[in-house]
Write a protein that binds this ligand. Structure first.
Ligand code: G3P
Ligand code: MG
Length: 384
């Protein structure tokens, strides 16, 4: 506990309790300790929903826990990222929102969302016509990644009269003010004749009935709704969570539930079963990518420090990477499958609420909150 006591004493809330001399002596020795330190041999990946936030509310002491990963100056000292299956907004926007909610300075490079791996598909679809589905600003996310010919499903559907026969009854529905992707200025007739080459489910669908209808139209006609049956365009999902924890006491249906519903309907109305690719945790590639992102972050924090194993920054190997999550079948399963150097920590603030460890996907450690998880990590990795 000594490390936690030392850092806690330096946090702003306690500064007033220390004499100015004692405070500056603490600060001096702390920054000397930091500047002399080697590159840390560990990193942390935090899940967001059910660990850091419930809806938009910080939980489990998350602001205090994260503050311990920074120096008194506010500079980051421990490499950590957010590894969430959620999304819908650009990483830069999500980083600013999280910084405000959690009162620490979070860089866009520290935010890895379910849809972040879609960047790897830019070469394949750079100029192809694609449709982006989900809450938030799915088309803006895809444009930001480099896709040049993308329309949100809201904008796309608005070009087809009667495509959603229930639209008139959706009193809550707001008419899209303008194309979310402002660089896209096609007319209805050109949209109508342009073949959709792929559909990307970027974030949770807001209007399941409309999105299932329009996606079925796109997918069974080879990308030309209302026309003949054709070869199914590619379909990508940012994640496959059946359920996740938001502000309601019991779990909410996630993107995996939407995928299940779409697949069930599509397979009843089409002769070939739905083909799709899902990203997100527990996919091992997500954990490999997280390790790469943490290495890059570490190099930027300690550009001149000698690596623990004397290797170059690029070939640096972490001894331990901590995954702090709330969902056994997503976060813990993923970390377990990824193997070393991943170490899984399960919190009780989200999907998992059990007393003991989870039976099917047991974590390396079970704690009540993220604050407890960070205490454990810092005591183990930075003993005084
Ligand atoms: O929609 C969000 C959900 O699928 C899970 O988010 O942060 O728990 O990975 P997270
Ligand atoms: Mg979660």
């Amino acid at each position: 506990m000594r490390f936690a006591i030392f850092t806690r004493a330096l946090q702003s809330g306690n500064r007033r309790k220390l004499s100015p001399q004692l405070f500056s002596a603490f600060s001096r020795s702390f920054s000397q300790l930091h500047s002399q330190s080697k590159r840390p041999s560990f990193g942390i990946a935090f899940d967001i929903d059910g660990v850091i936030l419930l809806g938009h509310t910080p939980i489990g002491g998350s602001p205090i826990a994260l503050k311990r990963l920074y120096q008194n100056s506010g500079d980051l000292r421990i490499p950590y990222i957010f590894l969430t299956n959620g999304g819908g907004f650009r990483e830069s926007k999500r980083a600013s929102e999280l910084s405000e909610l959690l009162d620490v300075n979070i860089q866009p490079s520290q935010v890895v969302q379910g849809h972040s791996p879609f960047k790897q598909l830019v070469k394949r679809y750079e100029s192809e016509f694609i449709v982006a589905v989900g809450k938030g600003e799915p088309a803006a996310v895809m444009s930001d990644y480099g896709f040049k010919n993308v329309l949100s499903i809201d904008d796309y559907a608005s070009h087809f009269d009667g495509i959603d026969p229930l639209a008139q009854y959706k009193k809550w529905a707001i008419k899209p003010a303008s194309n979310e992707n402002s660089s896209f200025k096609e007319t209805t007739s050109s949209i109508y004749s342009q073949r959709v080459q792929a559909a990307f489910v970027v974030s949770d669908s807001v209007d399941w009935s409309r999105d299932i209808q329009v996606l079925c139209d796109i997918l069974r006609t080879g990308g030309l709704p209302g026309r003949e049956i054709g070869h199914q365009p590619h379909l990508y999902f940012a994640s496959d969570d059946l359920e996740y924890q938001a502000s309601f006491p019991s779990e909410r249906l996630g993107m995996g539930a939407f995928r299940t519903a779409l697949e069930a309907v599509f397979n009843r109305i089409h002769h070939n079963p739905l083909e799709y690719t899902s990203f997100g945790k527990p996919n091992p590639l997500v954990f490999q990518n997280a390790e790469t992102v943490l290495k890059q972050l570490l190099s930027s924090l300690h550009p001149n420090a000698p690596a623990v194993n004397q290797s170059t920054p690029e070939s640096h190997h972490f001894k331990t990477l901590y995954m702090v999550g709330d969902n056994p079948s997503v976060d813990i399963k993923g970390a377990r499958q990824a193997g070393r150097p991943w170490f899984s920590i399960l919190t009780r603030t989200g999907v998992f609420k059990g007393k003991e460890n989870h039976a099917e996907f047991p974590a390396d450690l079970v704690v009540d909150t993220v604050e407890e998880a960070v205490d454990y990590i810092l005591e183990k990795e930075c003993p005084q």
